[in-house]
Design a protein around this ligand. Sequence first.
Ligand code: PMP
Length: 393
Amino acid sequence: MPALSQRITTLNGDGSDGWDLFYRARAMIESGVPVTELTIGEHDIRTDPSILRAMHDSAMAGHTGYAIVPGIGALRDEVAARIEARTGVRTGRENVLITPGGQAGLFAAHMAACAPGDVALYIDPYYATYPGVLRAVGAQPRAVPTRSSRGFLPDRAALEAACDGAASLLINTPNNPTGAVYPRATLQDIADVLTERDMWLISDEVYDSQVWEGKHLSPRALPGMDARTLVIGSMSKSHAMTGSRIGWIVGPEEAIACLIDLATNTTYGVPGYIQDAALFGLRAGAGLEAQVAEPFRRRRAIAERVLAAQQAVRMIPAQGAMYVMLDVRATGLSGEDFAFALLDAHHIAVMPGESFGQSAAGHVRVAMTLEDSRFEAALRSLCDFAAGLAKAA
Ligand code: PMP
């Protein structure tokens, strides 16, 4: 076999990617051991049947051929109206590209923002694919650290210290894995630094329908930021459509025009029947999104109640998204050692914080993707286990 390109062989960086625990849990399940799975951000409900009917009707009506690459006009208009309503910034279909999911949007947005060799910033802790996306476009990933004690919000000094030579910053609010929802002051600091340095902001807002406290604010809404912000949206989380692969990028018209050229030469668009289903889902209104988010809202309240009744584990305040981040440093273990010990002792699988970067060392991320009573029981076991370890520590 000829040599593979360095770009592809180094996609995951060097060292462990921190997903060993996840694979161990999967192997246990395959060998017949029941494992309580709290690792992955996948709903425990499926896509609403009304959306599937729209998908079926569209396919049966013949929308199975090539769809127009930027996305069908009605869907681009619907996304534009949604973003305009949320940001107050004029947004038309020329500002919208429909993509096969948020992940494809993240890649395309960085292709637009970064030349090969440019530094691309991202916030630590981060969603697992971020450094790989940045390497895939030929950029040099550089993490901006945050602190657990500050709710993992980026601060201006850390951002300024990382900015030299950087073309872009990638943020995610509401945040996976931390549950943080960035307040206006944090976003304004980011906007000021990026404007001063003439950098792009890539704003991953795929959890914008899952906010438990406060309000989601898109940085596109801040004065002048629409000219340097590429917003990544998706129906994976808001409409439980993870498998349908549908999302969007919203940004300046010139950037979207270039991204349409990229799509023509890469994805060649998104299937028409998926787009029709997405349009139906968006037009179904906020009620359907609230229904999809509701189980996580309930379980986040359960987590607050369970965690408040003990001392061994500290819950990072979670204002949004489908995860809670727990500080287990009182046990004396790393997040990874704690997660493996919990899996062995109680067959409960949670993600080590270290899988999401060094800022989350000594933490674990719990996905709230299990039926309420089992979720509560698993959290109680986790806390009792941590208390036993903390006493011994
Ligand atoms: N961003 C974040 C923060 C995520 O958690 C995910 C999926 N878990 C994605 C982007 C990608 O989502 P999708 O491609 O399904 O839209």
